[in-house]
Design a protein around this ligand. Structure first.
Ligand SMILES: [Zn+2]
Length: 381
């Protein structure tokens, strides 16, 4: 039997159980494509990129956190305005396809939308650098943001990033207030990218389960961006979820070295060119990306079974109730073989079946756990 067919049978078993279990991905960067690429139509099947509505349907997806990420290379004074503008454009686009997709604000929304055979889109913001005050946080909440990734690659006024200098030893005073306010409003706290110090301080401070929306395991690929076993154990105690990222540079150290050799040069050049344009990383990126992609295309990528190795490890350490999927699609320049875009999602299910996971556990990993955290944090009305 083909994997796709096995997957359909599995999903029917899951749906036939008493409770609702959506297929839900914790992180993608498709919102940036919607906002910055006027030729991109999410309603049409594309030949490039990783996500559009037809391919989401093919992949059997019920829901997705779409992260809006404003490059810190833009002048600081425009971060806030760009975030609000991006969310508005994203919402307008989703509204134009309301037959197929709708913004979800909580667990009830996700359940209702999925049962109508449409896709639930949850708005996230990646990078707390754009949140300069608790008032901004509340405005973002009112616009529909239900998940905030505390840091991106840069240490910000809230917390330290895993890929930048340590400034606070975890959270700043403002960061501590922000966590309390996120708990009060009902916004999912996303610790992907944050430093280990920030992660543990957030877990101590928050009353809610947290997520790592797109992170891999340090036990397999030892880089600061990934989660170590102590973090996984703490996450289990917190009742949170780690959603596994598909980026080969986070999946294995060899790919990390190969990709970063090209990617860090690209980023550096992009920063320099962006400054020359008066702070326009988008324009600089568009100019420099094709050459970088040419170099990357020749690299040999791992297969999707390596993604499932990371899932396996997280399940062994944290338990099957604390693992999910967080593709990082449209934010990663390369993907594993067999997981080229969102339509290939059933291949993960197929691999989990091969490794002996029960349909109930597959349901938890493919979205049930993330749905549980979102429903708990964002309330049900
Ligand atoms: Zn990210």
């Amino acid at each position: 039997m083909r994997e796709r067919e096995i997957d359909i049978i599995e999903r029917l078993i899951i749906m036939n159980e008493q409770y609702f279990i959506p297929v839900f991905d914790g992180h993608c960067d498709t919102a940036a494509r919607i906002v910055n690429d006027s030729d991109f139509d999410i309603g049409k099947r594309q030949t490039d990129g990783h996500i559009d509505l037809p391919r989401m349907r093919e992949g059997g997806l019920n829901g997705q956190i779409f992260a809006v990420c404003i490059d810190p290379g833009y002048p600081e004074r425009v971060w806030e305005e760009k975030t609000f503008e991006s969310i508005r454009i994203f919402k307008r686009t989703i509204e134009a396809y309301k037959e197929e997709i709708e913004i979800a604000l909580n667990g009830d929304d996700i359940q209702r939308i999925a049962k109508e055979d449409r896709i639930a889109a949850m708005i996230g913001v990646e990078g707390g650098h754009v949140v300069s005050s608790l008032e901004v946080l509340e405005r973002l909440y009112r616009l529909g943001m239900r998940c905030l990734t505390i840091t991106w690659k840069n240490t910000n006024i809230i917390a330290d990033s895993s890929e930048d200098m340590e400034r606070w030893g975890g959270l700043s005073d403002f960061g501590r207030d922000l966590i309390t306010e996120m708990d009060r409003l009902g916004i999912v706290i996303d610790c992907s990218h944050a430093s280990s110090g920030a992660f543990f301080e957030i877990l101590n401070r928050s009353i809610n389960p947290v997520i790592l929306s797109h992170s891999c395991m340090r036990a397999i690929c030892d880089i600061p961006r990934n989660a170590d076993d102590d973090q996984l154990l703490a996450l289990a105690e917190n009742k949170g979820v780690v959603c596994v990222n598909y980026f080969p540079a986070f999946l294995e150290e060899k790919s990390h070295r190969d990709i970063m050799k090209v990617w860090s040069v690209y980023r550096e050049k992009k920063g320099i060119l962006s400054r020359r344009y008066g702070g326009d990383p988008e324009r600089a990126g568009k100019e420099l990306l094709p050459a970088a992609m040419n170099k990357l295309e020749n690299l040999l990528m791992p297969g999707l079974s390596l993604v499932v190795d990371h899932i396996d490890h997280a399940v062994r350490v944290a338990g099957v109730d604390h693992v999910g999927i967080g593709s990082d699609f449209d934010g990663i320049p390369l993907t594993p073989v067999g997981l080229e875009d969102i339509s290939a999602l059933p291949n993960i299910t197929g691999e989990l079946i091969k490794r002996g996971y029960s349909s109930k556990d597959i349901g938890k990993i493919m979205g049930g756990n993330l749905f549980r955290v979102i429903s708990g944090v964002c309330g049900s009305g």
